[in-house]
Design a binder for this molecule. Sequence first.
Ligand SMILES: [Zn+2]
Length: 489
Amino acid sequence: MKIYLKKKSQNETNQIIFTLKTEKSFKVLSNAFEKEAKNLSKFPGFSSDFKKTLNISNPDGSSLITAGLGTKEELNTEKLREAFALAIGKAKSLKLSKIFISLEGLEKYFDEERLTEALVFAAFAMNSKLTKFKTSKNKTSAIEVCFTTSGTPSKKLKVGLESGTAQGKALLLCREWGDTPGNFMTPTLFAKSVQSEAKKRPGLECQVWNKARITKEKMGGLLGVSKGSDEEPRFIVLKYMGGSEKKKPLCLVGKGLTFDAGGISLKPASGMDEMRYDMCGGAAVAASMMAIADAKLKTNVIALIPSSENLMNGSANKPGDILTFRNKKTAEVLNTDAEGRLILADALSYASELKPAAIFDAATLTGAMVVALGNVHTGFYTRDDKLATQIQSVEQDAGERLWRMPLTDYHVSDIKGRFADLANMGSSRGAGSAQAAGFLEQFVDSRIPWAHFDIAGTAWNTGNRQSYCPTKGASGVLVRSFFELAKLF
Ligand SMILES: [Zn+2]
């Protein structure tokens, strides 16, 4: 995909312009189009309301696409992403091969770096689709996106373009990993793909542990879950040291369950193909690392991704089986479909041993999370108020909606085991997502700030909410938040 920034020249046909709703009428944000602006309201269907777009055909056959942003009071970069994505979608449906966007005037409303970052990200986000399994060749080529300025583009605009590109590329990777079906995305294939992406990026190290190594590392949860499948588990370690050597790293942990049938506690058949998305936490973590390396952030980050399938061959976990984890704690597997916490337990134990500055984990963990928050907000759990404030502080720039959920001793007491230390299902009704967080907490060193993100509702099929996400398919959620959070460590 070609996206660039340059000084304005002549003959730039096919334009996208942004409009703002004012009390009496509307305002065009691109200075270069002030003259044309007067006439816009004559076109039937024109509106400056948020998410309203209109294509106006010029006499020469070129297009002027308007993108409504709504009122100034409610304007933010997330609205810009959404409005721009819809305009790009319109340009694509018109089969335009190239589109220009004049940035003059927009800098009055947005920080320049955040402006190009958001626009570039949205352009990338509109270009994801898993097409390699289709045999028909009528592929639509990617649209060329050109941002123009009146003078030489500023440093801030360029930095935003690079940062948006790094995150946009990572987003596409994250979505492709998520959308790829289970037979092409086993733990081995996922690890191979992550490794080959890491190789392209200087400064990013990748190690993949096989079953023998995982056994040696005493990761009984990951091994236990993988027993039900013919596919071996993998444990992926990514390391990026872009900050000072003395600085403690941030640790990201992601659930990489490449297909979850539920095991012996089998899931219902309807929609089960969507369980390919059970590795979206791992994909988000791995993709964030690619973005962090591409943007050369001055920070240290280590990512850990336990990866397994959850199936049901003759060796599979049976309800009631007891597993022993890396930190020697034991748990009864009361429901084999609550496997995410079992593989994360070992990864969180290992993460704690690395003594990082903080640990964030991401997982499509519980259906209870979907019931609680739907597919707009990602729920997060932490007992550390300072960490919660940091997480909430990146919401504005990353634009991903994050909602703090309660984690208390009540939830922990719910996951006490009868014959083992813990049980992987809560003993009381409700708050299943908080009980899962309570389970995970048992594997984190209490001196290390830790937050758990449950993305079961937000990892796929969010297009009904966000115009730059597919209606059916991986969203790539948390790539932007983890990118922003990494800057704080
Ligand atoms: Zn499951």
